[in-house]
Design a protein around this ligand. Structure first.
Ligand code: ZN
Length: 308
């Protein structure tokens, strides 16, 4: 079972996922963000053809990774889900990277328990007065071996929320050095790394850290395929060679309607199908291995269950 913006869904085997994408992102900052800064019809008008395009590649699940205070707009997502037929998944949580530019001031005053209460309430009762509920927890930390105090608080709040809701934690992390302190906090709080997605893992340079992460049991998200192909191919081949494909997620991190831009350059969500797939097949990948990455793994990673 997973949770989409139009309600809970039972996942069937073989259905295709994009596990980390964005429709809209607004980088104005937590103190200035306001949904009046964009117009639903304009955003839909600019992004719809890219969302329609992925349906021709049989994509069913579209995970929208834009967090609160960065442009999460669940009514927009609900409209798009209804008009396209895509199953769109949104999130709860706060984004701590970029030196706290997107962390609301309330997060500095409240405890981890109090932040978790806000997120748990979104899961139980809906986001911002709507009936739309999150399907995962999205947090983010600055790249550091010793997370700063707000980032530690976000990880703790995510762990508490997971234990109450079973929502998976996806954390914008990048290099592995910021992964280990997060996994340590989860372990201290009795949350399995299996409930955690290492987002932007392609930014790690030492592939051996993927083996360590797989051994710990977290999900490894190689999600920059809208931007860069060769590096991802090399890492996917490494994962196959070392038999950790069952921990890998793929996505584009594409889209990005940006209200601050006059001209919108939306990145398409299709490189996985148009470029990566033929490339992997030519390098000896089977269709089943590809399906593991874009179907079976994400359906497990986003399934809602408490993992201790
Ligand atoms: Zn992203």
């Amino acid at each position: 079972m997973i949770n989409s913006v139009t309600g809970p869904v039972t996942v069937s085997p073989g259905e295709i996922w994009l596990s980390h994408e964005h429709i809209l992102v607004d980088f104005i900052g937590a103190d200035k963000i306001d949904p009046k800064r964009w117009n639903h019809d304009t955003v839909i008008n600019k992004t719809l053809k890219y969302l329609e395009e992925i349906k021709s590649h049989n994509v069913k699940y579209f995970v929208d990774a834009t967090p609160a205070y960065l442009g999460r707009d669940v009514l927009l997502l609900e409209k798009i889900a209804k008009s396209t037929g895509l199953t769109i998944i949104t999130n709860t949580g706060f984004y701590g990277a970029v030196n706290n530019k997107y962390v609301p001031s309330l997060a500095f005053e409240k405890t981890a328990e109090e932040l978790a209460d806000i997120w748990i309430n979104e899961y139980r009762n809906g986001i911002e007065g709507t009936s739309v509920k999150p399907g995962f927890i999205k947090i983010s930390v600055d790249a550091s071996e010793t997370l700063d105090s707000i980032d530690q608080k976000l990880v703790k709040a995510a762990a508490i929320t997971h234990l109450q809701t079973g929502l998976t934690i996806a954390s914008h992390t990048g290099e592995a050095k910021a992964l280990w302190p997060q996994l340590k906090i989860l372990k201290e709080m009795n949350v399995s790394p299996n409930a955690f997605i290492w987002v932007h893992a392609q930014n790690e340079k030492d592939n051996n850290n993927y083996l360590r992460a797989a051994k710990e049991g977290c999900w490894i998200s190689l999600d920059g395929l809208g931007w860069e192909l060769e590096k991802h191919i090399e890492k996917i081949l490494f994962a196959k060679e070392h038999k950790i494909l069952d921990r890998i997620l793929l996505s584009h991190d594409a889209g990005w309607y940006d209200p601050q831009k006059q001209v919108q350059a939306i990145k398409p969500y299709t490189n996985i199908f148009k470029q990566l797939y033929p490339e992997l097949i030519s390098k000896g990948f089977s269709k089943e291995e590809f399906n593991l990455l874009i179907s079976r793994n994400p359906s497990k990673a986003f399934s809602i269950s408490i993992k201790r």
